[in-house]
Design a binder for this molecule. Structure first.
Ligand code: AKB
Length: 332
């Protein structure tokens, strides 16, 4: 069955003429498989190559091409780009906020050294390059309400620092050599079928699994912690629409996107409308709380809406019913 985002693009055009040849790095993370599935419907199965350094489960091979690609090995990357005639790269390899603090040297290597390899290759082979950034690229000195695209960015996590670096380096390559660099600052992304890895917004996914399985959830953030969020279908569709936007429509290269903002308490209240006995308790993790407290509570994404027509489909009520239904809970 098709997700709404897939259905939208399937009907828009199924022509494969002039299709990009796409490489997705970090393809076994939270977003890679969903993104590959959406892009394959649009551009054809064999035009989208998923890559990672992990060994994929066998169903991954059934859905389309998968290759080993190590972003820390420039020779290996070069081979993949040349052999598969890649024209677009979507670079998802990264360590997220909480796990990055737990292993800073690895986060620095993957998120910064790996990025340099990707930028050089994209420039050399004239690739269109997408890199996801994040609300984590802002810090406690950024405005926290309706945070604009352009403002002070002084994050204090290696994840945030590396993403600001990616934004600036990509824009610099675009200015210097015309690299077609495109970057979206994602909020917390919520999906049912894939687990995130070590983020601060992960609670907003785990809460659904626990609500359905046990009817209760222990949250590692305070009840009042407001963060920007988005359902995965909106995130993937935004990425595809942004990649397809004509370069002339882009007044910038790094855009905020968002759909909604909520606190754990508000999310729990919405879940409780469908899972009546649901109970949330709090056991705050000080490290994650400090990160969340330095992030925006809401984003201003008006430039994305104006320049390339970004529009979200899922607000909190639709997010909650969709997630609960996908996890087997009937909300009718
Ligand atoms: C994280 O929590 O680290 C990520 C993000 C908001 O970038 N989900």
């Amino acid at each position: 069955s098709q997700s709404p985002a897939e259905a939208h693009f399937h009907s828009a055009s199924s022509s494969e003429a002039g299709c990009p040849r796409v490489l997705i790095t970090g393809g076994l993370g939270q977003l890679g498989l969903g993104l590959a599935s959406l892009l394959r419907k649009r551009y054809g199965k064999d035009n989208v190559i998923l890559s990672d350094i992990k060994k994929p489960p066998s169903h991954v091979f059934c859905s389309g091409p998968f290759v080993y690609a190590n972003i820390l090995d420039p020779q290996n990357l070069r081979e993949v780009v040349v052999n598969h005639r890649i024209t677009w790269m979507l670079h998802y390899s990264a360590l997220l906020s909480a796990v990055g603090e737990a292993n800073m040297p690895l986060a620095r290597a993957v998120n910064i050294t790996g990025l340099h390899n990707i930028l050089d290759l994209a420039e050399e082979y004239n690739l269109r390059l997408f890199i996801p950034s994040t609300i984590g690229a802002f810090g406690s000195t950024s405005p926290r309400n309706r945070t604009p695209d352009l403002c002070v960015q002084r994050p204090r996590t290696i994840y945030g620092v590396s993403k600001v670096h990616a934004e600036l380096m990509g824009e610099y390559y675009n200015y210097r050599s015309g690299l077609d660099f495109r970057c979206l600052r994602y909020p917390g992304v919520i999906s049912a079928d894939s687990q995130p890895g070590g983020g601060t917004t992960d609670y907003a996914i785990q809460i659904f699994h626990d609500a359905v399985k046990t009817g209760k959830f222990e949250c590692n953030l305070r009840a009042s912690t407001r963060l920007p969020m988005m359902y995965v279908d909106d995130c993937l569709r935004a990425t595809l629409e942004f990649m397809e936007a004509p370069a002339e429509s882009l007044s910038m290269r790094t855009y905020n996107i968002t759909a909604m903002s909520f606190t754990p308490e508000e999310l729990a209240q919405e879940i409780a409308k469908h899972v009546p006995e649901f109970h949330i308790s709090y056991h705050v993790d000080p490290a994650r709380q400090a990160i969340a407290d330095s992030w925006p509570m809401s984003l201003d994404d008006s430039m994305a809406r104006k320049d390339w027509g970004w529009k979200h489909d899922f607000d909190l009520p639709e997010l909650v019913t969709t997630m609960l239904n996908l996890l087997g809970c009937d909300t009718r």
